[in-house]
Design a protein around this ligand. Structure first.
Ligand SMILES: Nc1ncnc2c1ncn2[C@@H]1O[C@H](COP(=O)(O)OP(=O)(O)O)[C@@H](O)[C@H]1O
Ligand SMILES: [Mg+2]
Length: 251
């Protein structure tokens, strides 16, 4: 087996095509994400952003093309997939915490079951992570006792507990009340500063401007533009991106 070079992209999608029945949901996607890079994916509803995220950790299969993470091609299934999937942390719009487990248990479950860590080690690390996202005081509570913003920060800590190589965020603040959005974005900005490789689907353009190294604009299952945020926001080249930006920036 060849070991990956540090200069190689961490995530590479080559010629990826996916269909849902007749719907060609991902069309000829070529995308590479470097180590430590923060890529913000934006685009209209239905353009394939969530599907793109879900293919990166094989929650969805693809019909054509290749996806690799850290130089390893993603297998279709089996134990190797489970291991590689845990290299990819995912945070969804709905926080998906286990309602009948405490916050601490939510964060330690994966490391104990999948990573085979001892309970003690997993709890020590979980408390560090809960502290990092600012909810350490809630460790023994249940998800329903926390605000949405707190729950989403726990979901981030839970994903980090698996020591992922890349974190995917699919509209992580879309279900939150406005006053809780910034506390989640601040945690994400901290992660980006610490060098985490991140793919973030979001409508938060302030976050994109502040934290993204690159903005990828999708429409109709295609990547229509891919550029640095400065260029994307000030000089979008496609009519579709111009149209999208005028709609979201002028309301
Ligand atoms: N499991 C599915 N089966 C069939 N169609 C789907 C499925 N998931 C998503 N789609 C369709 O694929 C398109 C892209 O969806 P999605 O990736 O969720 O877009 P976005 O996240 O950009 O809003 C939409 O037309 C959606 O209705
Ligand atoms: Mg979506």
């Amino acid at each position: 087996m060849t070991s990956s070079q540090n200069g190689d992209p961490l995530v590479r999608l080559t010629g990826v095509n996916k269909w849902f029945g007749d719907l060609h949901v991902l069309q000829d996607i070529d995308l590479t994400i470097d180590r430590g890079e923060v890529v913000v994916v934006i685009g209209p509803s239905g353009s394939g952003k969530s599907t793109l995220c879900r293919t990166i950790n094989r929650l969805e299969s693809i019909e054509q093309g290749e996806i690799s993470v850290d130089g390893q091609r993603l297998p279709e299934e089996g134990k190797a997939l489970a291991r590689l999937r845990s290299d990819v942390g995912m945070v969804f719009q709905s926080f998906n915490l286990f309602a009948h487990k405490t916050i601490l248990e939510n964060v330690t479950l994966g490391p104990i079951k999948v990573r085979r860590q001892s309970k003690g080690d997993a709890e020590k690390r979980a408390r560090e992570l809960l502290d990092r996202v600012g909810v350490s005081a809630q460790a023994d509570k249940y998800p329903a006792q926390l605000s949405g913003g707190q729950q989403q920060r726990v979901a981030i800590a839970r994903a980090l507990a698996m020591d992922p190589k890349v974190m995917l965020f699919d509209e992580p603040t879309s279900a939150l009340d406005p006053e809780m959005i910034s506390e989640v974005l601040d945690v994400m900005i901290g992660l980006a500063r610490d060098g985490m490789t991140m793919v973030v689907v979001t409508h938060e353009m302030g976050f994109a401007r502040r934290a993204a190294n690159r903005v990828v604009f999708m429409d109709g299952g295609r990547i229509v533009e891919s550029s640095d945020p400065e260029t994307f926001f000030n000089n979008p080249t496609s009519d579709r991106a111009k149209d999208f930006l005028s709609k979201i920036l002028n309301h």
